[in-house]
Every structure is written in C-alpha cells, then in structure tokens.
Design a protein around this ligand. Structure first.
Ligand SMILES: NC(=O)c1ccc[n+]([C@@H]2O[C@H](COP(=O)([O-])OP(=O)(O)OC[C@H]3O[C@@H](n4cnc5c(N)ncnc54)[C@H](O)[C@@H]3O)[C@@H](O)[C@H]2O)c1
Length: 440
C-alpha cells in the first residue's frame, strides 16, 4: 500500500515509516523538522541522540536498498501538499504532522494561536488534497484521548446512544479538552467528520493515549534509525520523563495527587495499531473513531512501576510530588473503551516493566545529555498563564491544600529547580505525585 506520513521526522513518524516499510508498504512523507526546533526552544534535547535528516535518508538506503521520499515542506502550504499527493497518489495518509504538546500551547498568546493555526490548517489541507487529487485515500488522523477530558461517564469510541426528551440518536461523544493543543484536535475531529460526510472521504480518527519508549525491532541494526526521546516539560511524556529522571538520580516528578488516570501505550503498540488501522480501511464516507491505548493507569502507578524497575537495576528513583501546573481534575472516574483495535487483532503489550527496563538500560549510556539539560525537567508553564516553576509538595498535600512555594524566586521570578534536591535521598520518595506532561 502507498502510505503518506505527514510528520515523518517525528517521535512516532519515523518509527512508523520503518515499521511499514519493513512490512512491504511503500512510504513517502513530509516534515518541516519543527520538533527539533521546539525542543531546543524549551531548553530540551532528545535524551537518545538522533540522526540528522540527511543521515536518516542514508540509513534508510543502507537498510532497505531504496530511497525514502521524505521531503522537507510545510503542511500549511496547500500547494506543497496537493502537488506531493498528485505525484505520490497515496492510498493512505497518516496524519502525525502537528504540534503535540499541551504546555507548549499554553505558554502564551503567540504559542496558543500558532498551535491552533498550524494544527487546524494542516489537517484541512490534507483533507482538501485528498478530495482534490486522491479521493479514494484513507485518512488516519492522530487525535488524542485528551479530546474527551475526564467525564463522569464511560468513554465510548467516538459515538454514543443518547435519549433526550423521548427521542434517541447516535451522536459524537462530547469532547472536553484540557488545553489549547487538545482543543485543536477537537476542531480536527469535527472538520474530519464533516469532510467524510460531505465528500465521502474514508477517515479513522485515532484517540491515542500517551506513548512511551523508543525501541522497535526495526531500529536494532543501526543507531541512525533510532527515534527521539524527550524529557523536557513540553515534549517529554510521563513515563519517558520518569525514566530520564531515574537515570540521573533526579526524583520522579509527580504533579498534584498523582491520581489522574490516562491511557498509555508503548511505541511498538502505537505503530502496530496504526498499521492495523490502515490495513483495514473504512468504507468511503465512513468516519470511525478508535481509542488507542494499552491500558489506563494513574500517574502514581506509573511512577511506582518506573521506581521498581529502576531499583532492580540499581537506580534509586525516589518519587516526589510537585504542585500541579495544570488545571485538571486530580481524582476522577475514567473508563474508556478500546474494542475496535482489539477486533482488528491488536494484542496489547502486557509487560510494561520490560519496556521500561529496556528504556532505562538504553538511557544510562546517555545520562550526560539529560544532566546537562536537567533544568528542563521541572515545569514552569502554568494553565493560569503565569510562568512559575513548580515546587515540591508535602507527602499528603493536595493541590488545593498546597502551601505557597517554599523555594525563593530567582532573579527571573522563577523558583529554582532544586536539582539535585536531596542527594542523600532524605525526605524523598514517600509521597507520590503524578506527572502527565507531554502529550501531552
Ligand atoms: N506521542 C504521544 O504520546 C502522542 C499521544 C497522542 C497523540 N499524539 C499525536 O500523534 C502525532 C505525532 O506525535 P509525535 O509525538 O510523533 O509528535 P512529533 O512532534 O514528534 O511529530 C510531529 C511532527 O510533525 C511535524 N510538523 C508539525 N507541524 C508541521 C507543519 N506545519 N509542516 C510540516 N511538518 C510539521 C513536526 O516537525 C514533527 O516532526 C501528533 O499529532 C500528536 O498530537 C501523540
């Protein structure tokens, strides 16, 4: 199958390209290499070194014996997208090419507006290019479980039956997104559903959980084929951040009570599910929604998992709770469905500990990259619009009960990260604090 990947240079995009090519699909893709700039902008770096654009292309040639049609271009430039589609004639378009971080979108007016413009416009451009030059193509659009928010009801896959004033209907399940970034994905869902309805486009809207890990069998042979792994407050996702913290002896930073529950899945499951979705396309005009995650966990559970695996390999990994920079429910009901992918043959990775262990072992060789950028580990982007560094909470203190920060502000008006907080470990690790930054 000819598969176009929008966002092919990203954390998920490049591994997906490898996974699909290794299974015989023909792959092409576009990216403006923005993720590399965003991470640098917020003071981060990929903990695992990644190859340049040119080296990725050379490694692909060496691995598969053919060249990858990976063009640097802007998805908000309609002529670029349409012309590429006209030439490549994709049968599937996997849309990963958006800005994926909630905190980045919450930074200020400029980052909010840029995020929504970038994300909404490039999704519209892909929809228009499908309509105009590849009308039979199937759009596999990456949304996020964060579109749903945390309602006090079970979360179905996209649609639910409602009875209101004696009448029944099947309607889109309400979206209650928790950041400007997540709101951009809600707009995409509405636009994609509408395009399927009016133009007969085939569309799968993937409500994906938070992805972690960086290993795929296809990468083993060549380090130039690796994907990135970020740990900064914007682009590091929860388990990835915990693992990076563990290898440098930084406490695992849990925000608030740590009882926020979310869906998570390892990288291998993410690319496998996307392949299953594209190999089983919907009918023309069908808009379907898949909830894509291995299982739902509280942040507290994940911190404990990372801590226990880290302990097994000789890392201490204390857990420390920080005041939560986000406005969100810290304790809530959470029961999302995930039946559609299971029906297509998805077999969730059961051994999360093995994935965490592989990640920790990998990261140990690169600990100096994390140490030199440790300042990026503690968030200072807050949902109330302020920039103030999160500070440690007492073991059982909830956000509402939290005392004013005990760490004095620096001359920039921010509290110090406090890293390393307590090298002897005293006072660390008793309480739990969730950290759900990143996809985000
Ligand atoms: N990683 C996760 O945990 C996760 C979870 C749920 C959903 N998602 C979604 O999956 C998708 C991929 O996520 P990711 O983690 O790989 O993010 P990523 O930032 O690594 O990948 C996105 C890629 O899109 C590119 N891009 C963005 N705007 C562009 C534009 N205008 N033109 C060209 N290229 C552009 C970026 O340069 C980047 O390489 C995103 O839509 C994200 O919201 C990710």
């Amino acid at each position: 199958m000819r598969v176009f990947i929008a966002g092919i240079d990203g954390y998920l995009g490049f591994p997906l390209a490898l996974h699909l090519r290794a299974r015989g699909h023909e792959v092409a893709g576009a990216d403006l290499l923005l993720r590399r700039d965003w991470v640098a902008e917020v003071g981060g770096i990929s903990a695992l070194p990644i190859a340049s654009y040119a080296d990725r292309l050379r490694a692909w040639q060496d691995r598969f014996g053919d060249s990858l049609d990976f063009r640097i271009g802007d998805l908000t430039d309609y002529a670029f997208v349409r012309d590429f589609f006209a030439e490549f004639q994709p049968e599937t378009v996997v849309h990963l090419g958006q800005m994926p971080s909630a905190p980045y979108s919450m930074m200020d007016q400029a980052h909010c507006v840029w995020t929504q413009r970038n994300n909404v416009v490039n999704n519209l451009n892909l929809l228009w290019a499908i309509k105009e030059v590849a009308p039979d193509a199937h759009l596999v659009k990456l949304g996020t479980m964060g579109e749903y928010g945390t309602p006090g009801l079970d979360i179905p896959e996209g649609f639910f039956e409602v009875e209101f004033r004696g009448r029944k209907d099947r309607l889109p399940f309400p979206r209650q997104a928790g950041s400007w970034y997540h709101q951009s994905k809600v707009h995409d869902s509405h636009n994609t559903h509408f395009a399927a309805k009016i133009w007969g486009i085939r569309a799968t809207d993937i409500m994906q959980g938070v992805v972690f890990g960086a290993q795929l069998p296809e990468m083993d042979a060549d380090p130039r084929l690796r994907t990135r792994l970020d740990f900064d407050q914007c682009f590091g996702t929860a388990i990835n951040r915990f693992c990076c913290q563990a290898v440098i002896g930084h406490p695992l930073t849990v925000f608030g009570l740590g009882r926020q529950k979310r869906g998570f899945l390892p990288l291998i499951d993410s690319v496998t599910c996307l392949r299953l979705a594209l190999e089983n396309p919907p009918e023309p005009g069908e808009y379907r929604v898949f909830n894509q995650f291995e299982n739902a966990y509280t942040i507290e559970e994940l911190a404990q998992l990372v801590q226990s695996v880290a302990n097994e390999i000789g890392l201490r990994a204390p857990i420390k709770r920080y005041d939560n920079p986000r406005t969100e429910q810290e304790e809530h009901y959470y029961q999302p469905d995930r039946e559609h992918l299971l029906r297509l043959g998805y077999q969730p990775t059961r051994d999360m500990g093995a994935v965490v262990r592989a990640m920790l072992l990998d990261l140990q060789a690169h600990r100096e990259r994390i140490e030199t950028h440790a300042d990026a580990l503690i968030p200072d982007i807050r949902w109330d619009g302020e920039r103030r560094r999160s500070t440690p909470l007492g073991p059982q203190t909830s956000r509402r009960e939290a005392q004013p920060p005990s760490v004095p502000p620096t001359s920039q008006g921010e509290a110090s990260t406090g890293y390393p907080l307590r090298p002897d470990g005293e006072g660390l690790g008793e309480g739990f604090a969730p950290d759900i930054s990143g996809e985000s």
